[in-house]
Design a protein around this ligand. Structure first.
Ligand code: TRP
Length: 493
């Protein structure tokens, strides 16, 4: 048994674990999703809903995942198999979610690399980075030229694989311990620049001004669903990422404390990302620079912000900040991607180890990474839904499956994968986990694991018990209904 733990690997320190877990949580979800979702869904009012969800559902699920992981000492599939045979399929849902999410996450990670690279090249020679195109034009050309997307998707995946190959302590922990402080510093630099631009307050107001009317205009259930979906994705919950990371934690570490720190720090990073992005957008929008607005939604990260740096700031300074910004997003994306890959790799490593063999981690990581790369290829080729008619190499799933008129989520491969994983598998996984803890095994299972740490008593047992039994399953049922509602265009909410 002892030997087994050693073969799988373990975090060398609690701070190392925290860097890795926060690294997993802080990613594109924080920098891309959070600022515009908050701005568009009531600003400060959205933040209140979000924080309530974090407090009553996010932290509990985080604790549940970490505890189940450490208790079983196995990745998500092994953990469910050991805890309750009938729920083994929940482990597989998690595995598949990780696989699908990483296959498009890596394509987007590749985009951030392409942009960081582009801004560096622009410093040396104008036009070398983005071919002298405007931001919208460049994005269209880049996304529909499947080859370049694939190249950067490949590079991003290769970097992720290299880190995960190194194992828990000398791969993931070592990398995140350097990457996360670097990320923080770069973020602060960008925030200072952004907030000191003329007109920055427009952006701050867009993001933070409390708009309680949003609840009646957009509908409270929709706001709740958006906030809950965002929370799951941002905290890396619902697919066993934290089960996997928890399985490498030593019994010495305080689970209850860790389960609070990670969501709190993640939320701080989300707000900081908003302060880096929105004031700059607001500043140049109010100065009347063309092509810059808050409304850009998903296009925000690549079209609007490209314009902010290249035209708004402009010159060498613009290129320099452009590079720093996209590089920081790239770092945030890599530290998240490694956690997704680790979920998949851990299953095979556990299998090897349980058969008494060596972990085989290096080889297994390469194989799994290559498979994920291949599954991500359609995401590179459909020009984000532009399809063959729009100059891309392949069509969207909607067109391919002859469902063009039917489903929003089939509009491009990225949304299609996202819908399956984030929309269905993850909420379902989280509901099943809370049922397993609250109703099948009993919340005692969490208490026992927390108290496996010498001289530690669980502080808020009653609170967690209510969370697992009622709050979490009910809250996530709303998310699931909301997703299915969107999926089929039913407009229940
Ligand atoms: N949390 C990351 C982000 O905000 C993405 C991520 C990493 C993730 N691991 C995950 C999302 C597991 C869901 C599940 O970008």
């Amino acid at each position: 048994m002892e030997k087994q733990t050693n073969n799988r690997g373990q975090w060398a320190s609690n701070i190392g674990f925290l860097m890795a877990a926060v690294g997993s949580a802080v990613g594109l979800g924080n920098i891309w999703g959070f600022p515009y979702k908050m701005g568009a869904n009531g600003g400060f009012a959205f933040l209140v809903v979000y924080m309530v969800l974090v407090a009553f559902a996010g932290i509990a699920i985080m604790l549940g995942e970490l505890a189940l992981g450490r208790k079983t000492g196995l990745g998500v599939i092994g953990a469910y198999q050991t805890l309750y045979k009938k729920f083994a399929w929940v482990g597989w849902l998690g595995f598949l979610s990780g696989f699908l999410i990483l296959s498009f996450y890596s394509v987007l990670g590749g985009y951030t690399l392409r942009y960081a690279f582009g801004f560096i090249m622009e410093i040396f020679s104008e036009g070398a980075g983005f071919g002298g195109m405007g931001s919208g034009e460049f994005f269209g050309a880049f996304t529909s030229s499947g080859g370049t997307s694939m190249l950067f998707h490949g590079i991003f995946m290769a970097i992720t694989v290299l880190i995960v190959m190194g194992g828990i302590e000398s791969g993931i922990e070592k990398f995140t311990k350097v990457a996360m402080p670097a990320l923080l510093i770069m973020l602060v630099v960008v925030i200072i620049r952004s907030l000191t631009l003329e007109g920055a307050s427009t952006g701050v107001a867009f993001m933070f001004a409390p708009n309680w009317e949003a609840f009646s205009e957009i509908g409270f259930m929709r706001v709740l669903k958006t906030a809950a979906g965002q929370m799951f994705f941002s905290l890396s919950l619902g697919m066993g990422c934290m089960i996997t990371y928890g399985s490498y934690l030593s019994k010495q570490e305080n689970l209850e404390k860790n389960a609070i720190i990670v969501p709190v720090v993640d939320s701080i990073f989300a707000l900081m990302a908003g302060l880096a992005v929105m004031p700059a957008v607001g500043a140049f929008m109010s100065q009347g620079v063309e092509g810059i607005s808050f409304g850009a939604g998903p296009g925000l990260l690549f079209v609007t912000l490209h314009q902010v740096f290249s035209v708004g700031m402009g010159g060498v300074i613009g290129n320099l900040f452009g590079f720093v910004f996209y590089f920081l997003v790239f770092i945030a994306a890599v530290t998240s991607a490694i956690s997704l890959l680790e979920v998949c790799t851990a299953y095979f490593v556990d299998k090897q180890v349980s058969q008494g063999k060596g972990s085989g981690r290096k080889k297994l990581t390469v194989i799994v990474g290559a498979m994920i790369f291949v599954v991500g290829i359609p995401v590179c080729l459909d020009g984000l839904g532009a399809g063959v008619a729009g100059g891309a190499m392949i069509d969207s799933p909607a067109v391919m499956f002859g469902m063009a008129e039917v489903r929003m989520a089939f509009d491009c491969w990225l949304d299609f994968y996202d819908m399956i994983a984030e929309g269905v598998f993850m909420p379902l996984g989280a509901i099943m986990m809370s049922i397993l803890i609250g109703w099948v095994l009993g919340t005692d299972v969490i208490k026992e694991e927390v108290e496996a740490t010498p001289n530690l008593l669980m502080k808020s047992y009653k609170f967690w018990d209510i969370c697992f039994k009622f709050i979490v399953p009910i809250a996530i049922t709303f998310v699931l209904i909301g997703q299915i509602d969107d999926f089929f265009g039913l407009r229940i909410f």
